[in-house]
Design a protein around this ligand. Structure first.
Ligand code: NAD
Ligand code: AKB
Length: 320
């Protein structure tokens, strides 16, 4: 990766991936784009542009003018939001992503596509979920992810496009808020713990889901995109995860630092049903073997880092 266009750059992942890529490849080598206005570091730290990924001509023109060799395609509508608006979720997640594939093909760029644990469904083995297994998701978000996993394989086989991708678990981070997903509770719980000392979870006690801390997700994107292609047997949709967590497990880890933290529940049936249809713990051996996936953070180290960063931000806001 030398010259990179990032779509959906204002979101939870893009807000941290764009500065990370700019540190590695140089500020001028990373063009941040989004439908929403780009703010702060995204706009000031390097080139940026407005882009609706469903506009094929604008997308292709931007990639061509920037002389990009890589597209990191993050634009999307997340699981819970998607269940509320089928047409929008399909249009952005399927049509917008096919547009990204077509632009990559036309401009001879590599394409990173972020799939998700949402690509699995209730018939999937929930623990030790294999890399290659039954999928059959029950959300429009998941159906779109499976479709794109297959289309990314197809564009590689048929047209030689250098497509690569990960199946992300729920990502926990402190920089930008999550965008309407089911795993969002695992981000909100830290913010609320530091702000208010308590959190009401919309996901029920005992519901385990795969999770990963954002720095490991950023390293995984770069690690996969820089991997020797001759070692990639799967290429797209690699299972990646660092921990399997339920709300009480996170609360217990927070409680070691904030002993008065209180967790209670007001379960949202929609997001709980989605969570129950997803696996508990992925088998990530293909990612480890084919390109050296090695997450650094566990629940303890992630919790220490999240709380210390959120506390520092709170102190700064109070003194500003
Ligand atoms: P997010 O919702 O925080 O950000 C998505 C961004 O896409 C937003 O900034 C939004 O403005 C933009 N967008 C929406 N429609 C657009 C359009 N038509 N054209 C251009 N931009 C548009 O999402 P995120 O968490 O940053 O996720 C990025 C990608 O990673 C998504 O494909 C998501 O499915 C995938 N993913 C995320 C997670 C996670 O936990 N964050 C987990 C698995 C997969
Ligand atoms: C969501 O909950 O929708 C995302 C995801 C796991 O894909 N965080």
């Amino acid at each position: 990766m030398k010259r990179i266009v990032v779509t959906g750059a204002s979101g939870q992942i893009g807000s941290e991936l764009v500065p990370h890529l700019r540190r590695i490849y140089g500020a001028e080598a990373v063009l941040a784009t989004d439908l929403r206005p780009l703010k702060g570091l995204l706009a000031e730290g390097g080139p940026s542009a407005s882009l609706d990924v469903r506009d094929g001509k604008a997308f292709s023109d931007l990639v061509g003018a920037f002389r990009a060799d890589t597209i990191i395609h993050l634009a999307g509508i997340l699981s819970a939001r998607g269940e509320g608006d089928f047409a929008l979720a399909w249009d952005v997640n399927v049509n917008g992503s096919i547009t990204a594939l077509e632009v990559a093909r036309e401009r001879e760029a590599a394409l990173f596509f972020p799939s998700s644990i949402a690509a699995f469904g209730p018939a999937t083995p929930p623990t030790g979920t294999p890399q290659d297994t039954i999928q059959r998701p029950t959300t429009v978000y998941g159906v779109a992810k499976v479709s794109l996993e297959l289309l990314c394989d197809y564009f590689h086989l048929k047209f030689g496009v250098d497509t690569r991708g990960l199946r992300f678990p729920g990502l926990i981070s402190h920089e930008a808020p999550p965008g309407g997903g089911t795993t969002d509770y695992a981000v909100h719980i830290y913010h609320e713990a530091v702000e208010r000392g308590r959190y009401t979870s919309f996901i029920a006690a005992g519901t385990f889901l795969d999770m990963m801390y954002m720095p490991d997700a950023l390293d995984a994107v770069v690690g996969l995109m820089e991997a020797d292609p001759s070692r990639l047997i799967h290429r797209n949709a690699f299972n990646v995860s660092a921990m399997s967590l339920d709300p009480e497990g996170i609360a217990a880890a927070i409680g070691t630092i904030l002993p008065h933290f209180v967790l209670d529940y007001d379960v949202d049936p929609l997001r709980q049903a989605i969570a129950r249809s997803w696996p508990d713990s992925l088998d990530c051996s293909a990612a480890r073997e084919e390109w050296g996936f090695a997450p650094r953070y566990d629940l303890k180290t992630m919790t220490e880092d999240m709380i210390s960063r959120l506390r520092a931000r709170k102190r700064k806001a109070l003194t500003a």
